[in-house]
Design a protein around this ligand. Structure first.
Ligand code: ZN
Length: 328
């Protein structure tokens, strides 16, 4: 399919080696991945041309800003990264867009930076790499707490989606993975972290308070679609103080979109479509952690989709959600 739009495509600013876990995970191919992370206009655009991808929304590779301990440094770094990304996008606005990186260590500063990115830099949303650390290395702060409510009010008022991207657990709290480093990051831990964070947002009544908020998650929903029925079923059986007004599945189908990033499986895709519906699924690759041609060829040929559905997921759903200035 020509004209695809891909929205979980990463870049690195100055140090692609900062994420140790990913570097080790990609030990055999890291040099190539790192080379592609800092390239914007050469290898990336050639691959996009070859695979029918017209437009990509770029984001900083995980964990980036979220691992910076001092809020002041995080605020400065996010601003620097976003300005740099805007410069790259300005060279090829017909092919590239940008997601804001946000200093979630300081919710008020995060809201201000998002506002600047949307209004001044023309970014269509934000991508944040999971929980944030703050002050000390073993800190883990999720965004369902009351201190983040004004931030979410700002996201809703700006009418831009928020992409919740995975990150690895902090080493000091990663005892369940001890002795099993292959489970620590993208093979399993990413989905555990990200699904938990999104379910925490739902359980905190966030979407009762801000019903127009839209969260995006990758990897065909970080395993949530597979367990949607059971989530509702077990919370109904054992509510354990669940405070939100509706079952979890109602929020997942009203406030969450999922992407195909890094999960090119027909059977998983079928489940995701059955639970979420075609309108809530968007094409993405997770380049350069994934080979662009692998994801694009799978998407172009999967028998799961009709051609009309392929067009929606590959292009028009994304244009609508992010209000992109592209022809539907
Ligand atoms: Zn990614």
């Amino acid at each position: 399919m020509q004209g695809k739009i891909a929205i979980e495509e990463h870049f690195a600013y100055d140090s692609p080696d900062a994420d140790t876990a990913r570097r080790l995970e990609h030990a055999d191919s890291w040099a190539e991945t790192a080379r592609r992370l800092v390239d914007f206009h050469d290898l990336r655009l050639k691959d996009m041309d070859a695979t029918g991808i017209e437009y990509a929304i770029l984001s900083l590779n995980a964990p980036a800003v979220q691992m910076i301990l001092e809020p002041k440094e995080a605020i400065e770094a996010a601003r620097r990264y976003n300005d740099f990304l805007a410069e790259q996008v300005a060279k090829r606005p017909d092919r590239l867009g940008g997601f804001a990186a946000l200093p979630m260590q300081d919710p008020e500063a995060a809201a201000a930076e998002l506002t600047r990115c949307v209004k001044d830099l023309g970014f269509p949303g934000a991508l944040v790499n999971g929980f944030t650390q703050k002050h000390v290395p073993d800190s883990v702060i999720y965004y369902d707490g009351p201190e983040y409510r004004p931030f979410w009010a700002c996201v809703e008022a700006l009418e831009v989606p928020f992409y919740m991207h995975p990150r690895t657990a902090v080493y000091e709290r990663a005892q369940p993975y001890e002795g099993h480093p292959w489970l620590f990051s993208s093979a399993w831990g990413f989905a555990v972290e990200t699904s938990l964070h999104v379910l925490r947002l739902i359980g905190s009544c966030l979407f009762d308070e801000y019903p127009r908020l839209q969260i995006v998650i990758g990897h065909l929903g970080e395993r949530i679609p597979y367990d949607m029925w059971r989530l509702d079923h077990r919370i109904k059986t054992i509510p354990a103080g669940y405070p939100a007004r509706k079952p979890m599945s109602a929020y997942l189908r009203a406030n969450v979109h999922i992407t195909t990033s890094g999960n090119f499986s027909d059977s998983t895709f079928r489940c995701a479509i059955a639970e979420m519906g075609i309108e809530r699924i968007l094409f993405a690759l997770d380049y350069p952690m994934e080979v662009m041609a692998d994801g694009a060829n799978w998407f172009d040929n999967t028998p799961v989709l009709t051609e009309a559905e392929r067009l929606k997921i590959g292009r028009t759903n994304t244009i609508r959600l992010f209000k992109l200035p592209l022809a539907a």
